[in-house]
Design a binder for this molecule. Sequence first.
Ligand code: PEP
Ligand code: MG
Length: 559
Amino acid sequence: MITIQGKGVSAGVGVGPLYFYHRAKTTIKRYHVEDVDAEWHRFKGAQTAAIEQLGELADKARAEAGDEAAMLFETHQMMAEDLDYEEAIEQQIKEEKNNAEAAVTDVAAQFAEMFASMEDSYMQARAADVKDVSNRILGILAGVAAGGIASEVPVILAADDLAPSETVQLDKSKILGFITAGGSGSSHTAILARTMGIPAIVGVGNALKPEYEGRPVIIDGGTGNVVIDPDDMTRDRLLKKREEELRLQRLLESLKGQPNITKDGKSIRIYCNIGSPEDVHAVQVNDGGGIGLFRSEFLYLNGEDYPTEEQQFEAYKQVLSDMEGKEVIIRTCDIGADKQIGYFNLPKEENPAMGMRALRISLTRPDFFKTQLRALYRASAYGKLGIMFPMVTSVWEVREAKKICENVKNELKAEGIPYSENVQIGIMIETPAAAIMSDRLAKEVDFFSCGTNDLTQYTLACDRQNNDLGRFYDPHHPAVLRLLKLVADNAHKNGIWVGICGELGADLTLTETFLAIGIDELSVSPRAVLPLRNAVRMTDTRESSPRILEALGSEYHHT
Ligand code: PEP
Ligand code: MG
């Protein structure tokens, strides 16, 4: 028995023979060309063909794994026609007189190195993308077909690293799991494996030897464990685990369409957090009850300039119509701090997390705010909209924001543009000031949504971006939990509802606590909906709530 430790990036146990991915080899010939224009056209032809292929792959990925997976290929399409990339190749061909294959190979290496040297792990993982796009172009230039699996039976597929296009092209009925030598949790193979529910382990380095091919292997995508030639005991243990996972999977599937109700009849709404209109698909697949947080920043982060009222209106309208009357809460622009955008021209700050961000920007630039509010109110005619403001600290901020909402409605009325009169207005509770003032703030709004990511950061004076702070950034800290209880009590005393839309909402070790303190809504990532529904349905608040409420008032126990 041989045991190898990698990094589990997609949970689940996979059992089967080990099979190495055989990649069709493209040998790169290097030579100088005389007719540089002809060579440039040869490159352009291959580039166009690659863009077409990527469009077809996007359709296949959409059918197999949803919009998020399809977006990978749409991003690849953009990369293939990226101007910097194209110009670098043009310069290699036209000025250096290199042949197209050499130009693409060298530019791909330069760009991949640039991505790999970036600090952000997400950007580092983009090195694989630029190589993938370039290999596709090289394959077309050389007339080579893609690799695949030539096995009759399903296998555990091992590779040095799998490009996303290779992953999508594979016949999934033949794959019981992935193991890659390189890669990271945010690599596309990992993302696709998670979306398709296939166990995957990355980063095993060169531990997999060619002679292991064909031998029985078990992988545990939860722990990152790879076992070749497992003994009976290991095999039984992991097979039992797989049985348990499959049982849980079936249970979660059976919970679709079921209410989020505890054993003693208390119900809670489970909504979803989304970042773009494309995410609505995942909300529907996972049976989310509504959208509790639509981070509208994507509209600002994706462009080169402020999005127009029309562009925003279209995006909000799409989400509201796709959700077919279910509640959709859209948060107004939350820019600043970790989300910086060049065209906003925000001055450099010593302490951006405590600087000009979110609602502070909206109130300082009322015209900019009004554009977003006009788009939101116009979209309100197409569904059940709630608007919420981020980073509130004071009552006056909320009053001022509401006044701008009133002005916008009056403007629309005067222009004869339809909007809904039933838009709920809420605020995020993500600063200690807002939590402490929640008795007053509750009188101003229709709901509260607690942003526990920032609430933890500001309450514990712990930068959420700083990984080194580790256990000091503790969202379970009783200071945070007591603030949540205070906010829930103040909301209910004033007849409004309260939700949680920070990451903590999906923390199953706190579901009983949230039920005990009377949280009305939890907004979580779409994949967390069904596990959370299961946890709610397992709870009996008659048993858990008295114990939890007592503990909240007592000494702190580190969890
Ligand atoms: C939060 O702070 O908890 C929150 C939901 O907002 P964001 O993570 O976008 O800052
Ligand atoms: Mg926040």
